[in-house]
Design a protein. Structure first.
Length: 651
């Protein structure tokens, strides 16, 4: 219906001017009048409701839950920096490759990372970051965030990233309402934003006043610089943050950081640092990624708020690798919006170095604004406190603790230590590992106490009768848990590898390893040099894997897995050994015109190549695009075969 289309276009124009440009074109009363007219027409002609109608932003809808959403373009965490020295080290690493590099500095918004996908101009998927590979589909909730466009001015398809946050004003208003209603108040705006986006009632989301800043085009871009990405996002109707800096001088970056740090509390939203990115997108591609983070960006974190508290006692807990960690029990203090009564003491070397004692007044802060930690002792308040007694025996099994010369940690070396076993079992079942829903630490504790499980293989031998014999276990929850355990047998093998808890082998390293070797069986047989050669891994991970797979316990566990029926193979694509480029190391450099870097890498790996991030004597071929830099020069010096994009496309 023509009138509905006219009203939708007009109301969306007014909303964009209000939320994106902060320039209202009409009064609130006039907007409300037009909005009510649209609602009446849509009720009369429901078949004519348009997908970008502003009425989608309000109105209650109860959701059953959130489905998992696998990101087409993974989200990486950023490497953190806490000092000028660390920023200069980052600068030196970048300038070694690109002396002419410029940086683009943006505010680090303290909210929740989101990904928005548009098809032919319409918002089709809105998702949380999750673990970077898999998030949750929260499209219906993100439709209720007023400044997110439901329709773009052009019928284009793209994926963009940003931060969804709660403005200070909305946060204060909501907490006042909750207090008056006798409800628990939110600790800080970030928690409030995260809690809101997890709501199953979309009407609540619409009322909470969330907002966004977009900062990245995740899908391949038609612009060349990060600064141009923001200009493009603005032109498409997204809200971008106006406070940023472009410079090639790291001292200018530091001056910008100090200025923003002084002014941060006057902003209408929370920030916790500054993100520094290489501005050129082709240089970003060239610099690439480590296993965990991009090499072309760093997040400077503002110094944490500090408070004084009294150290009342210390708890010593055992982790899955046997490390015994000290945790301080403190008099409660308010810190960065939350009440803190426990804080990490790191390790016994740290306690000794800082001379921390029971009864001391200590300074507490939140490391990275997340983990409470003891910073140092307030010596003026010390009286007759005696030195802290470090345990000689494991608090779980009673075995003797070791303090190796090359480690700062106390370690329980008893492989049958109950607490280690329980923590390893909980890790195995965790979301990023085997993702066995319902098998948390409390259930693991019950299973272990009942002598039903001693290692991860035992989980797959549990019966309904076993579970029903446990206290407070009903048939429905027992059946659900057994189903989740059975379902986990079919996981792709990188989840199983991560679940084994091998030292230094995280979830991303597990994926890279299985992409390369295809199965845990083949990985167990691989040479240390083969593992170390994988881009982003190295000798430490290689040695840890070889040490693990050489043990009798690991070999027995793999045999049990096969007997039980667990999948040990990687379910992604693995090139055959006779693939055309099998065993050859290839490096991509410069800007490709027709393929994205990820498409080129996927094409090469599908043909068996190992795509590396740096040129060495092991490199067989360098594929050079436009504006290739130091990698091309090094390849020429080493006499390495150099190919162009046309060769790559013709493979």
């Amino acid at each position: 219906m023509k009138k509905i289309a006219e009203l939708v276009a007009l109301l969306n124009q007014y909303a964009s001017a209000y939320y994106t440009e902060d320039q209202p074109l009409v009064s609130d009363a006039e907007y409300d009048r037009l909005y009510r007219e649209l609602v009446a027409l849509e009720e009369k002609y429901p078949e004519a409701v348009l997908p970008d109608s502003p009425t989608h932003r309000v109105g209650g809808r109860l959701l059953d839950g959130f489905e998992k959403y696998r990101h087409e373009y993974p989200l990486y965490s950023l490497q953190d920096a806490f000092s000028l020295e660390e920023l200069k080290a980052f600068d030196q690493r970048v300038k070694r490759e690109f002396p002419e590099a410029q940086y683009f500095c943006e505010l680090k918004i303290d909210g929740l990372s989101i990904s928005l996908t548009y098809d032919d101009g319409y918002l089709t998927v809105g998702a949380t970051r999750g673990d970077g590979t898999t998030g949750e589909n929260i499209t219906e909730n993100l439709r209720r965030v007023a400044d997110i466009p439901l329709k773009l001015p052009e019928p284009i398809s793209l994926t963009v990233r940003g931060e969804c946050y709660m403005p200070r004003e909305s946060f204060e208003k909501i907490n006042q309402q909750r207090q008056e209603a006798g409800e628990a108040i939110f600790a800080n705006p970030r928690n409030a934003a995260a809690g809101t986006l997890r709501q199953l009632d979309t009407a609540i989301v619409a009322q909470r006043g969330l907002a966004t800043f977009l900062y990245q085009e995740a899908s391949p871009s038609d612009v060349n610089r990060q600064s141009e990405v923001l200009e493009k996002l603005n032109a498409l109707g997204f809200v971008t943050n106006p406070l940023h800096l472009k410079t090639s001088d790291i001292d200018d970056v530091w001056s910008f950081i100090k200025r923003v740090e002084e002014e941060r509390h006057t902003l209408p939203y929370e920030i916790d640092g500054i993100v520094i990115k290489v501005d050129s997108l082709s240089m970003q591609e060239e610099l690439g990624f480590t296993v965990k983070a991009p090499r072309w960006a760093v997040a400077y974190k503002f110094p944490a708020e500090e408070k004084e508290a009294t150290l009342l006692s210390v708890d010593w807990t055992v982790g899955r690798t046997g490390v015994v960690t000290p945790t301080a029990n403190l008099t409660p203090v308010q810190l960065a919006g939350t009440t803190v009564s426990r804080a990490t003491l790191h390790n016994i070397d740290y306690i000794s170095e800082k001379d921390i004692r029971i009864g001391d007044t200590v300074v507490v802060y939140k490391a990275g604004d997340i983990i409470p930690a003891v910073l140092h002792v307030v010596m003026r308040d010390r009286s007759d406190q005696t030195e802290m007694v470090v345990p000689a025996n494991c608090p779980s099994c009673g075995g003797g603790l070791q303090h190796y010369e090359d480690e700062v940690a106390l370690r329980c070396v008893n492989p049958l230590c109950p607490e280690q076993i329980k923590v390893r079992l909980a890790h195995f079942a965790s979301r990023d590992a085997m993702n066995i829903s319902g098998l948390g630490p409390s259930i693991v504790d019950k299973l272990y106490s009942a002598d039903l499980v001693h290692d991860v293989a035992d989980l797959y031998r549990l019966s309904l009768e076993d579970l029903l014999a446990l206290p407070n276990f009903k048939e429905k929850s027992a059946t659900k848990l057994l189903s989740a355990i059975e379902h986990s047998k079919d996981n792709s093998a990188e989840r199983l590898l991560f679940g084994l808890g091998i030292r230094h082998v995280g979830s991303k390293a597990s994926r890279l390893l299985l992409e390369k070797f295809g199965s845990i069986d083949q990985l167990a047989l691989a040479e240390e040099t083969e593992i170390a050669a994988i881009d982003g891994l190295g000798a430490v991970i290689a040695q840890s894997l070889k040490t693990y797979f050489a043990t009798e316990g690991a070999q027995l566990l793999l045999s049990e897995f096969k007997e039980i029926g667990l999948n040990l193979a990687y379910k992604g694509f693995v090139a055959s050994s006779d693939a055309p480029l099998s065993g050859r190391t290839i490096v991509l450099t410069g800007k490709l015109e027709r393929l994205t870097r990820s498409e080129a890498k996927a094409k090469l790996e599908a043909l068996g190549a190992n795509v590396a991030g740096s040129v060495s004597k092991k490199t067989a071929i360098v594929v050079a695009g436009a504006d290739a830099g130091s990698k091309l020069v090094k390849a020429q010096e080493l006499g390495i075969d150099i190919k162009d994009e046309a060769w790559l496309e013709g493979l």
